[in-house]
Design a binder for this molecule. Structure first.
Ligand SMILES: C[S@@+](CC[C@H](N)C(=O)[O-])C[C@H]1O[C@@H](n2cnc3c(N)ncnc32)[C@H](O)[C@@H]1O
Length: 337
C-alpha cells in the first residue's frame, strides 16, 4: 500500500463506484432494450390484453358460453395467478412457451372439453377438489344441497354419514368436515372412487372417511343417521341431447335408466334397512322428478317427505325421514299384552 494516501483511496473508491454503477446501469439498460426488442421484434410474444381479447373471440366463435370468463380462467391457469390478478397484468407480454400451452387449452375448450377438466380443479363448498374425466364435475346446486343438510342437522349432528354415488367425493368430504363424524363414500365406479380417494387424501386430513365400491347398498354394512345421494337421473334417451360439456361426464354418472328415476327409486327401496331411527335422507333429482320422488318415498313408508327448491327455484331436492321400523317381535308381544 506504499504511496497510496487517503485522498487517493477516496478517488479510487469513487471511480470504482462510478464504474460499478455505470456497469450496472449499462447491464440493466441492455436487459430492458433486449426485452423491448424481444416484445417488438419477436412475433412469438403477445401483449396479455391482446391474448385475452383474441382468445375470448375464438371461444365465442366456437359457441362457448361466457367465452371471456373461460378465457380469463385459462389465462390465470397458465400464468399461475388468480383470475382477477390478470387485470393488474395487462401490460405484460406472454412468451411462446406460455402461448403454446394456452393455444392447446383453447383448442380443447373450443372442442367442448369442460373448463374444469382443463383447470384440473373445481371449488366446492370452500374447498378445491380435483376434477377430471373419472367423475361428474361437482355442480353449484349440489353445493347448496350440502349447505341445506348442514343447516338441518347443525343442532344434532348425525353419528354416521353415507354419501351414495359419491363421484369426486365432494358431498361426503364436505359433510365430514361439517360434522366430523364417520363418513362412508360409496360408488359403483372404480374410476370415480379413485378420484374420490385422491380428494380424500388432499382434503380430509385425519377425518374418519372411508370409501367403498358398491352397487347401491350391496357392499354397505350398518346403519346411518344421514344418507345423501346425488345419483344419476337423466332419462337415457336424453343423454345424447345434452350440452357437449355435460356429455363428457361419465355415462354412469348420468344414466338414470329409461325413465330417469330408476336408480333413485331402487335406492329408496333398498335404503330403509341401512337407516337408523329417524335418519335423514337427502336427494338431488332431475328438475321435473321432485314430486314423483317424494311420492315414491311416501309410498315406501318414509315420513316428512318434502320437495325443496334449489337457488334457481327448481324443485330438485327431496328430503325424507326413515320409515318407522317394525317393532321386534318380543316388543310387539309386550305392547299387546
Ligand atoms: C350424478 S353423479 C354424482 C357425483 C357426486 N355425488 C356429485 O354430486 O358430484 C352420480 C354418481 O353415482 C354413481 N352411481 C351410478 N349408479 C350407481 C349405483 N348403482 N350404485 C352406486 N353408485 C352409482 C356414479 O358412478 C356417479 O359417480
Amino acid at each position: 500500500m506504499k504511496g497510496l494516501c487517503t485522498s487517493d483511496f477516496k478517488i479510487s473508491c469513487s471511480i470504482f463506484t462510478l464504474l460499478r454503477r455505470g456497469g450496472l446501469n449499462f447491464r440493466r439498460d441492455e436487459r430492458l432494450r433486449r426485452r423491448h426488442e424481444g416484445t417488438v421484434l419477436n412475433p412469438a410474444t403477445k401483449p396479455l390484453l391482446e391474448v385475452l381479447t383474441s382468445g375470448s373471440a375464438y371461444l365465442q366463435k366456437k359457441g362457448i358460453d361466457e367465452a371471456r370468463l373461460n378465457m380469463e380462467h385459462l389465462l390465470a391457469h397458465v400464468l399461475h395467478c388468480r383470475r382477477l390478478d390478470i387485470y393488474l397484468r395487462f401490460g405484460e407480454h406472454l412468451a411462446e412457451p406460455q402461448l403454446g400451452v394456452l393455444r392447446d387449452l383453447l383448442r380443447r375448450r373450443g372442442e367442448g372439453e369442460p373448463l374444469q377438466h382443463l383447470l384440473g380443479t373445481v371449488e366446492f363448498a370452500g374447498r378445491e377438489f380435483v376434477s377430471d374425466h373419472r367423475a361428474l364435475i361437482p355442480r353449484p346446486e349440489t353445493e347448496y344441497l350440502v349447505e341445506l343438510v348442514e343447516k338441518r342437522l347443525a343442532a344434532a349432528p348425525p353419528a354416521r354419514v353415507l354419501d351414495m354415488g359419491t363421484g369426486s367425493g365432494c358431498i361426503g368430504i364436505s359433510l365430514a368436515h361439517a360434522f366430523g363424524r364417520p363418513t362412508v363414500l360409496a360408488d359403483i365406479s372404480e374410476d370415480a372412487l379413485d378420484l374420490a380417494r385422491l380428494n380424500v387424501s388432499r382434503l380430509a386430513g385425519s377425518l374418519p372417511v372411508q370409501t367403498v365400491r358398491s352397487d347401491l347398498f350391496e357392499k354397505i354394512s350398518g346403519e346411518f343417521d344421514l344418507i345423501v345421494a346425488n345419483l344419476p337421473y337423466i332419462p337415457r334417451a336424453e343423454i345424447a341431447t345434452l350440452a357437449p360439456e355435460v356429455r363428457r361426464d361419465p355415462h354412469l354418472a348420468l344414466d338414470g335408466g329409461p325413465v330417469g328415476t330408476e336408480v333413485v327409486f331402487r335406492f329408496l327401496e333398498a335404503a330403509p334397512s341401512h337407516l337408523a331411527r329417524n335418519a335423514l335422507v337427502a336427494l338431488e333429482v332431475g328438475h321435473d322428478q321432485g314430486v314423483a320422488t317424494a311420492d315414491k318415498a311416501a309410498s315406501l313408508g318414509y315420513t316428512a317427505c318434502e320437495v325443496v327448491p334449489d337457488l334457481a327455484g327448481v324443485p330438485r331436492f327431496v328430503f325424507a325421514r326413515a320409515p318407522e321400523k317394525a317393532a321386534p317381535p318380543d316388543q310387539k308381544d309386550a305392547s299387546q299384552s
